[in-house]
Ligand binder design. Structure first.
Ligand SMILES: [Mg+2]
Ligand SMILES: [Zn+2]
Length: 161
């Protein structure tokens, strides 16, 4: 068994890319926040694996399919790779708020799954996001929590990790 790694769990909408009230529905609607890329590079340079954990009820609402979401995430990974930022994993919850699933933040299912899959030491890891549900999920999972402003502040906020 390899030694557990430390990770930064990252929210997506409003954290990595510009939030849209009508959901990101296609790769072209995914606008990466440059300041977030700078923050992700800082985390990567400090040895954190980067893991995206994102609520995507647009799937459960029938607005996009899982295949379309995969296409959006493929573009995200490609754009980040252009800046030498590599994601260790992308986990999403496709369910609706009322579904009672284990994965939708503020519940911890996505973090739990990633921690198991990637052998992450949660006690030395962080959750970074723009919503109260991100902070709540992070606290419940035993992570350090960094709350940022929607669509901004990522890079400066991670200087203290
Ligand atoms: Mg968000
Ligand atoms: Zn779910």
């Amino acid at each position: 068994m390899n030694r557990p790694i430390k990770a930064a769990f990252l929210d997506r909408d409003g954290t990595i890319n510009v939030k849209r009230d009508d959901y990101v529905k296609s790769p072209g609607e995914l606008v990466i926040i440059e300041d977030a890329v700078a923050g992700m590079r800082k985390l990567q340079d400090k040895g954190y694996a980067l893991v995206v954990v994102t609520n995507q009820s647009a799937v459960g609402r029938g607005i996009i399919t899982e295949a379309e979401l995969d296409g959006i995430h493929a573009r995200m990974e490609r754009k980040l790779a252009e800046s030498d930022v590599r994601l260790a994993g992308v986990y999403f919850c496709p369910h609706l708020p009322g579904d009672g699933c284990r994965c939708r933040k503020p519940r911890t299912g996505m973090i739990d799954d990633a921690a198991y899959d990637l052998n992450i030491d949660t006690s030395s890891s962080y959750m970074i996001g723009d919503s109260a549900s991100d902070a709540e999920a992070g606290l419940s999972a035993g992570l350090g929590v960094i709350k940022i402003n929607t669509d901004g502040g990522f890079s400066g906020a991670v200087d203290r990790v």
